[in-house]
Write a protein that binds this ligand. Structure first.
Ligand SMILES: Cc1cc2nc3c(=O)[nH]c(=O)nc-3n(C[C@H](O)[C@H](O)[C@H](O)COP(=O)(O)OP(=O)(O)OC[C@H]3O[C@@H](n4cnc5c(N)ncnc54)[C@H](O)[C@@H]3O)c2cc1C
Length: 409
């Protein structure tokens, strides 16, 4: 792999040009390298490094068995399970939970593309994308048998769709005392509830290093770092953590749409990841769909790819519709102070395999039925509930976007 000058003539054509050097392109590149080692791949990234600045968390089962050979090394940390504390109930989820940081992701991609005819062009901005070509900011034109637009969320549309937001600000902290918990606590709502349903998320990276995140399911996309920091410091204080030092910060505002045509938003060219709407509407997460799409791209003959992506989209349409309905329930039908009841019910009625299926966008209608049927959240009328389900049918709309911001230590 070379970090090349984009005007270098050797990059002017390729089998695959993947636009954007984030999660989706990285997964696609690894999958293509595995299944078609002879393919020439070019990744274009506008920033000076790959993969942005994230901590991607997911269930280990989100990596399908068929993808282990090429995606297994992405797992950087693993825990046997995690806890959920919501609405006065504690639930232990006994299911392997894993993470991958941007740094680790970038290293695996760089190593994976070292051999073979692959190039990663950083500091390279694509300005114009068609099905078989990409124009760069400096005027260079690249051609490829397959161009896939994986440029991630578009910030411009953040304010223009209907729905809510999952927003969070995380602080990776070095402690002077040991962190008292061995496993992640994915949700602990014993905190101040201003601005929607709010909880703290903790990920113990090492005995004395922990990622602590203030998270909200809110109707607005704005997030204030100092407010989140206060929540986090109050949480640490209550756990008697001694002195601490912030070593890294990350934040995100993920869209939770109630309408919109996704996954597989219609663009005139192939699009993956957030740009193509390949994310879970009710969690804002994209890893499970991104890995499925990466495998599909790698094993499908290029002339059949558009059709195959359309097929995958159809397989996921019903689930996307249900996820949008859940968002409607969460952000429009129940009052913010009763939102926690939906999460409490979710973790009360679903067993581990069903939780994994839900997060992995593989849930069944029977899972969906169990999530919503039963005692409705306080004040919700059955008729409103049904009418809302009918309204969550897809309709062409602005596709949503997310923003992310990381502050270096
Ligand atoms: C802080 C944060 C944490 C998250 N955590 C999780 C998680 O734990 N689990 C999960 O499943 N999801 C998570 N998500 C949601 C989602 O998975 C991520 O946003 C994911 O990175 C989206 O992948 P992507 O490839 O679509 O976009 P990105 O990973 O954002 O990649 C897009 C890339 O394209 C580049 N780019 C944009 N425009 C151009 C251009 N014109 N030319 C060249 N390059 C360009 C960008 O610089 C970027 O590197 C998180 C999101 C955020 C913001």
């Amino acid at each position: 792999m070379r970090l090349a000058d984009p005007t270098n003539t050797s990059v002017k054509s390729a089998d695959y040009v993947l636009v954007g050097g984030g999660l989706q392109s990285g997964l696609m590149a690894l999958a293509i390298r595995h299944h078609r080692p002879e393919a020439k791949i070019v990744i274009l990234e506008r920033e000076s490094k790959l993969a942005g600045n994230h901590t991607w968390s997911f269930h280990a089962s989100d990596i399908p068995a068929s993808c282990h050979a090429w995606a297994g090394s992405l797992i950087e940390s693993r825990w046997p399970g995690y806890q959920i504390i919501v609405g006065g109930r504690t639930r232990q989820v006994d299911m392997p939970y894993v993470t991958c940081s941007s740094e680790h992701f970038a290293t695996v991609i760089t190593e994976g593309l070292r051999e073979g005819d692959c190039q990663v062009l950083t500091d390279t901005t694509a300005t114009d994308i068609t099905a078989n070509s990409v124009r760069l900011a400096d005027g260079t034109r690249l051609t490829a048998t397959t161009v896939i637009d994986n440029r991630g969320p578009s910030r411009l549309e953040i304010a223009s769709f209907s729905g809510g937001f999952q927003k969070f600000w995380g602080f990776e902290i070095e402690l002077s005392n040991d962190w008292p918990f061995e496993n992640p606590i994915v949700m602990d709502d014993r905190v101040d509830q201003t601005d929607g349903f709010r909880f703290v998320y903790t990920l113990p990276m090492e005995r004395r290093r922990v990622l602590v995140e203030d998270t909200r399911f809110s109707n607005t996309p704005t997030i204030d770092r100092d407010e989140c920091f206060k929540q986090v410091t109050d949480y640490l204080k209550a756990r008697d953590c001694g002195d601490y030092r912030i070593v890294r910060e990350e934040s995100g505002v993920l869209p939770m749409p109630t309408t919109g045509f996704m996954p597989g938003n219609p663009l005139p060219h192939l699009a993956g990841g957030y740009r193509g709407g390949w994310f879970h509407a009710a969690t804002g997460y994209s890893f499970p769909l991104a890995i499925q799409l990466a495998e599909l791209v790698a094993i499908t003959p290029v002339d059949k790819l558009s059709e195959a992506m359309q097929q995958l989209k159809l397989q996921n349409t019903g689930r996307a519709r249900f996820a949008r309905f859940l968002n409607r329930l969460l952000f429009e039908l129940v009052k913010p102070h009763t939102r926690y009841q939906i999460f409490r019910r979710f973790y009360r009625v679903l067993d581990e395999p069903a939780i994994a299926r839900f997060y992995g966008h593989r849930f069944t209608w029977s899972d969906a039925f169990r999530i919503v049927v039963g005692v409705p959240p306080g004040g919700l009328r059955p008729w409103n509930f049904l009418r809302s389900f009918m309204k969550s049918k897809s309709k062409p709309a602005n596709y949503p976007s997310a923003v992310s911001k990381r502050v270096p230590a």
